[in-house]
Write a protein that binds this ligand. Structure first.
Ligand code: ATP
Length: 370
């Protein structure tokens, strides 16, 4: 069992706040990604959990036991850094055996586990090679294997795949997930790569400016972002966040994206309730590029917009639209036929769209189900 709990945990470097009042309850055997832009405090959070950095305020608990002032060596966590700390003068075998030897395991047991880990990491054919002769990919596998072999109940990885080429990264991602499941570990994984976080983690802690923005499942982070930061950070292209005027006509609520009453989007019941309850004259309307449809004809709630730019991205077509007043992006099957300069009628899937408070950035919601 190894749950990890941060309560009001903060880190200051002089007057600079690197992590502010972090509350995070990570469950035993959970795979959690800490995701956010450069400098938001991900590594500092991780270093406090590992005991590399002391905390300025708050507590850290492992399985309910306060470890805030327990030195790193006694916390018993495994840690893999971005810059792998390998003993390059030692062989692959010696590097893998290191942690087990320090713990005084019997030689037969060391040999067995080193053999197994070398096999899992596909390093068996290099087992007696000096580490200095390994490729970057092999070195990273060795770094992960060397920490994993002692089977720490808490395993921390800070951007462990960032030096690797993309094909190999994909392989390593699934290997890591498999390793975590087979060892039943609590794994905390720092990354600035949303694809990595979305694909690997049970839950994602999204950070920005030293502050936790949302801690939730990948599905909820994508479809129910807490605020405009999370909404805009996740997804490629990211969610359209458009300032709209809210108007009530004939008992219905409208969001005006284009500054033209005739093109205002009639809100569905859920969004209309939220807009009405907020009482605001202007809100931020959030809709994902993949939740747009092209209509053949005007009307039926569609919005007139001009095609500005069309980009082919893999099997998708990203289309930039302008309403004259505002711009937004749609993502479609590459078969959709749209050319720059053309007029289009675009409809938005309102069930998957959100309204946000433009001042606080928070998503409007009336109840838990919203
Ligand atoms: P990256 O993805 O670039 O590694 P990060 O989210 O991991 O970023 P941190 O390394 O945690 O960010 O750093 C958060 C902030 O704290 C940064 O502005 C960084 O410059 C600052 N910082 C980190 N360590 C120190 C230190 N020892 N002294 C002073 N400032 C520091």
């Amino acid at each position: 069992m190894a749950s990890v709990t941060l309560e009001g945990t903060s880190k200051k470097f002089g007057d600079f706040i690197a992590v502010r009042n972090m509350n995070l309850a990570i469950k035993d055997a959970e795979f959690v990604a800490i995701l956010g832009p450069s400098g938001c405090g991900k590594s500092t959070t991780m270093n406090m959990i590992a005991g590399i950095e002391d905390v300025s305020a708050g507590t850290i608990r492992f399985d309910g036991t306060d470890v805030t002032n327990v030195p790193m060596k006694k916390r018993g966590v495994g840690f893999v850094f971005q810059n792998y700390a390998i003993f390059t003068h030692l062989s692959v075998r010696k590097n893998l055996a290191f942690g087990l030897e320090v713990r005084g395991e019997e030689q037969a047991e060391i040999d067995r586990r080193v053999g197994e880990m070398a096999e899992f990491m596909e390093l068996s054919h290099r087992i007696d090679a000096p580490s200095v002769s390994l490729s970057v990919n092999e070195l990273q596998k060795l770094a992960i294997g060397r920490s994993a072999i002692v089977e720490p109940s808490i395993f921390l990885l800070d951007e462990p795949l960032s030096n690797l080429d993309s094909a190999f990264r994909e392989r390593m991602r699934s290997d890591l997930r498999q390793l975590q499941r087979s060892l039943n570990q609590t794994m905390i994984y720092v990354t600035h790569d949303q694809i990595e976080a979305m694909g690997l983690a049970d839950r994602i802690a999204v950070m920005d400016h030293a502050t936790l923005q949302q801690f939730d499942t990948p599905e909820n982070i994508y479809s129910r972002p807490e605020n405009t930061f999370v909404a805009g950070f996740i997804g490629a292209p990211s969610m359209n966040l458009v300032r709209v005027r809210i108007a009530e006509r004939g008992g219905a609520m409208f969001a005006d994206l284009a500054g033209r009453e005739a093109d205002a989007v009639a809100l569905d019941e859920r969004l209309a309730r939220q807009a009405r309850a907020s009482g605001a004259a202007a809100l931020t309307f959030g809709f994902r590029p993949e939740h747009l449809r092209i209509s053949d004809q005007p009307g039926n709630g569609s919005l007139a917009a001009q095609v500005v730019l069309v980009e082919l991205v893999g099997r998708r077509k990203h289309v930039h639209f302008s309403t004259g007043q505002t711009g937004f992006v749609g993502s479609f099957d590459r078969g959709v036929s749209l050319r720059p300069g053309e007029a289009a009628h675009v409809s938005i899937d309102l069930r998957k769209s959100h309204l946000f408070d433009p001042e606080t950035g928070l998503r409007l919601r009336l109840g838990e189900e919203d």
